[in-house]
Design a protein around this ligand. Sequence first.
Ligand code: GTP
Ligand code: SPV
Ligand code: MN
Length: 601
Amino acid sequence: MGDDPSAIAIPTRSAGLRRWVDECVTLTCPDRVVWCDGSPAERKRMLAEAVAAGVLIPLNHTKRPGCYLHRSNPNDVARTENLTMVCTPTREEAGPTNNWLAPDEAYAKLRGWFGGSMRGRTMYVVPYIMGPPDSPFSKVGIELTDSIYVALSMGTMTRMGRAALDLLGDSDNFNRGLHGTLDVNPERRLICHFPQDNTIWSAGSGYGGNALLSKKCFALRIASWMAREEQWLAEHMMIVGIENPQGQTTYVAGAFPSACGKTNLAMLTPPHSMKGWKVHTIGDDIAWLRIGPDGGLWAINPEAGYFGVAPGTNQKSNHNAMKMLARDTIFTNVATTPDGDVWWEGIDEPPPEGLIDWQGRLWRPNSGEKAAHPNSRFTCPMRNNPVLSPHVDDPQGVPISAIIFGGRRAATVPLVLESHDWTHGVLMGATMGSETTAAAVGQVGVLRRDPMAMLPFCGYNMGDYFAHWLRMGKLLHKPPKIFMVNWFRKDGDGRFLWPGYGENLRILRWMIDRIHGRARGIDTSVGIVPNPSELDLKSLDLPPDRLRESLKIDRSEWKAEVAAAGDFFRKIGPTLPDPLEATRHAIAAKLEASAGRADGA
Ligand code: GTP
Ligand code: SPV
Ligand code: MN
């Protein structure tokens, strides 16, 4: 270790933390250890260092003050689900949907990789709080990383620095995250979770969910394990408050798989015709939900920033995002213009001459290649969001009136479908399907079951997770209503039937009407759909046949859907709770019996 003074001043009273940092320093042998304090001066210093090292490229600071570009290794542009391991004591605890490694084996293998891996590098000790600092539900994590990009990103995504050490005090109850970039070699890349030790070891990737350990690793995989033990929920959900013209706000939480619309829904701009309606963002990716003293479900957003998808973001689709990205943002793998601005597919501006692609090469319009990587992202503080909710720091969170499950489905699933009760809603979530996206390495556009949008993020056995959801329903005196939505249904020509984005508020409005008993809907075998007359369609340029098409429930498609859900359940095996299979059977029987009925479903 060098003689940097920051290596000597150890600002924690936690003996457990000091001991653990010592162990990791002994293992990885960094030249320097820097304890991050989260101050603006520190951020300024680290940004300058990152620029000097070529890790960040300053953008045009007149157009975009405080904004930088990061280009990740082209072999490291998305989460790697095949290299993500849940290392529980037994394979059964990880269950059939997770990759599993025995804890001893995983620790041994990674100890080998980590040994001496930070020689010549700096180790940043990044203390952070997940949740508002004065919330009883918040938790402390410490990430040790040799990536200055990761340390800076954690400063945006979490409440990072001294406040976390203050909250920790002399306790040794914190999440231990060790992250090493190594040589960014896919052959030596593993993201291992040890929920029984509240520990994560991540090696060989510097990208997003693989490396920002607060996010998917702690706030979902490890937290979902804690949540089962402590009777709460850690979910891949956005949280949004919707205020009607009378000033009443209804909060909904929504689980959509990666790159399926959470950020956009959480900060949507209401259609012009919906005068007086307002949207207030609580969170865009992760929700921690507890049962409140009133018997209802209350949610906090554990994060403090957004790591959002860039492509498709433009003034029309997401005006609020464009506004918040004007400053203090780190862009990863977007394209850049000759005057130092950013560009991506779907930004709704023509690509300028001399555009530089995400790999730093001159982009040729007819090359057939994307200029920005399809999973290019922005890292932006939530305080930049012009529609951030004033309740985002409320220690108890906000009361949730509805849960939405949504996927990317070209067919079958209607624009909106309400469950008959909690168990049916859990079935909807447990069997939801979605087409894969660029957020994870692998084929894009393949339909897969992604229960509650948690397939890649559930830290334990999926059947036990379903049982936990059912148990939570029993504990809730005022359970939220559960809905399913699909903004992505397509017509015969492959075009989206529904305009999406801000127009989705029209569907949220129907849900709110249902919650308050103002809309009746139409009951079908698979759930309740809106009567088109109950939808606010003012000034919406949508031909009636396209609306009908997007709301349609096709009996034969649904028979296939319910059968596919059964195939998935068989893979879950013995931990699958009986009530889910019983409800699935009941729906299958109703679909059979409804043959010949007018609505066909
Ligand atoms: P993660 O951050 O990966 O968890 O994703 P997310 O669920 O927050 O997805 P996000 O809101 O970033 O949207 C992903 C992509 O879907 C972007 O390209 C959006 O432009 C597009 N998208 C979002 N909402 C809609 C919609 O209502 N309709 C259509 N057609 N596309 C949408
Ligand atoms: C997702 O993939 O769901 C994301 C991005 O939100 S990452 O942080 O990489 O997980
Ligand atoms: Mn996500």
